[in-house]
Design a protein around this ligand. Structure first.
Ligand SMILES: Nc1ncnc2c1ncn2[C@@H]1O[C@H](COP(=O)(O)OP(=O)(O)O)[C@@H](O)[C@H]1O
Ligand SMILES: [Mg+2]
Length: 384
């Protein structure tokens, strides 16, 4: 389980540190930084997939993702006695992301390249990375350290060994130190990060892929866009918790049942509803119903991940569906750590009332995301 998350220099998250629980709900007003937090988590997951630099570049590169305010606020600026202005930087420009759990922690520091004749002068580069044991990086507990192109790994006897001297600026040690004899912990951590699952605004428009019949193959993990909904539902029915599936559908849509019709290998979802003479096909379902079925398929996955992150799952759901959605999420959180980013008060309070749940309220002060009423946990970043 992830217990701490830290983000610095990314969009409105100038310096944010959070404690996470098995179920964490992140909420806050519009523009308070909820989506930025979600994206920061995705970027961390991208590290393990070897594409963090590309993802940052796609967001507009460091110039647009970097915190746009001053490096720090003086007291006078905070009190409004002095205008907010840039000060002479004490530290280099950087976007830093990190997390830790009870066993391991990881952090990455991305910055700008050293000026050169290269055409890639704005490409983000990986400046430093660390993997450590325990929750907080200290002097003695790091066991894999990257500084620029060099990577050192500490062996069982405590001796440091240089395993790379020329790692490319866009390659992470998490994907490139993959020799299990060198550091099996690195592999374990990377595989865990690769397993993190993100669901963000399923498409439910008329052209949405989830509305069309699809070739059905075993699908223990619903894809991010929900294309394979019918196959995922059938996989739950055949290899997962079919009872929970039916119960979740009945909880949200009393009297309704979902079946998957397979014709020539093509799977299509059909929903039987009270009062109708024939089942409705996925193409005919309302936006909200389709989205809810997608959420059911995601949350009842027969292969639960270590971490699942949902971004505004309430979007386009009827208010009556929020209570069943809360129950579904609570059920999933028994098997998987869940982070829900949500703007819907009824959903937030329902989830927050649970044991092992934590509510994180974001607010904005002088353009910066702050965590309301929460003491930031101890955290240290790797040094360059
Ligand atoms: N580089 C940046 N530096 C500082 N603030 C930024 C930067 N990029 C975006 N923002 C601001 O961050 C705020 C948070 O946005 P977002 O995470 O989308 O909020 P929410 O999802 O809570 O509505 C927005 O008001 C946006 O203007
Ligand atoms: Mg948002």
């Amino acid at each position: 389980m992830i217990t701490r998350l830290a983000i610095a220099g990314y969009r409105s998250l100038r310096d944010v540190r959070l404690m996470l629980e098995p179920l964490t709900v992140v909420t806050g007003a519009n523009g308070s930084g909820k989506s930025s937090l979600y994206r920061a988590l995705r970027l961390l997951a991208d590290v393990a997939q070897g594409r963090v630099v590309q993802s940052l570049a796609r967001e507009g590169g460091l110039p647009s993702t970097l915190w746009a305010g001053p490096e720090s606020f003086s007291r006078a600026m905070k009190r409004g006695e002095q205008p907010v202005q840039g000060t002479v930087r004490k530290n280099p420009i950087s976007v830093r992301l990190g997390f830790s759990g009870e066993d391991y922690g990881y952090a990455i520091d991305l910055g700008l390249p050293i000026p050169s004749r290269s055409a890639f002068t704005r490409d983000p580069v990986i400046k430093a990375e660390s993997v450590w044991t325990g929750e907080v990086l200290g002097r003695a507990n790091a066991f894999a350290v990257r500084n620029g192109p060099g990577v050192r790994i500490r062996d069982d006897g405590g001796e440091w060994r240089q395993v790379f001297t020329n790692l490319a600026t866009f390659d992470s040690m998490m994907t490139h130190c993959s020799d299990p004899r060198e550091a099996v912990e690195l592999l374990v951590l990377r595989e865990r990060m690769r397993d993190w699952r993100f669901y963000d605004h399923f498409r439910s428009d008329n052209e949405a892929p989830a509305r069309r019949p699809q070739v059905g193959t075993y699908t223990p993990v619903l894809s991010g866009d929900g294309t394979d909904l019918a196959a995922a539902v059938q996989t739950i029915r055949e290899t997962g918790d079919a009872e929970a599936l039916d119960a979740a559908i009945a909880d949200a849509f009393p009297g309704a049942a979902v079946e998957v019709a397979a014709v020539d290998g093509y799977f299509e979802l059909e929903m039987h509803q009270r009062g109708l003479l024939r089942p409705l096909k996925a193409a005919e379902l309302s936006d909200g119903t389709l989205r809810y079925l997608l959420l059911i398929a995601a949350l009842l996955s027969p292969r639960p991940p270590a971490l699942m992150v949902l971004n505004e799952p309430e979007t386009s759901l009827h208010p009556d569906l929020l209570a069943p959605l809360a129950r579904l999420i609570i059920q999933a959180a028994r098997r998987t750590q869940v982070i829900v980013v949500s703007h819907a008060q009824p959903l937030v309070s329902e989830l927050d009332g649970q044991r092992n749940a934590r509510r994180i309220v974001l607010d904005k002060q002088l353009g910066e995301t702050i965590i309301v009423d929460d003491e930031p946990p101890l955290w240290t970043w790797p040094t360059r």
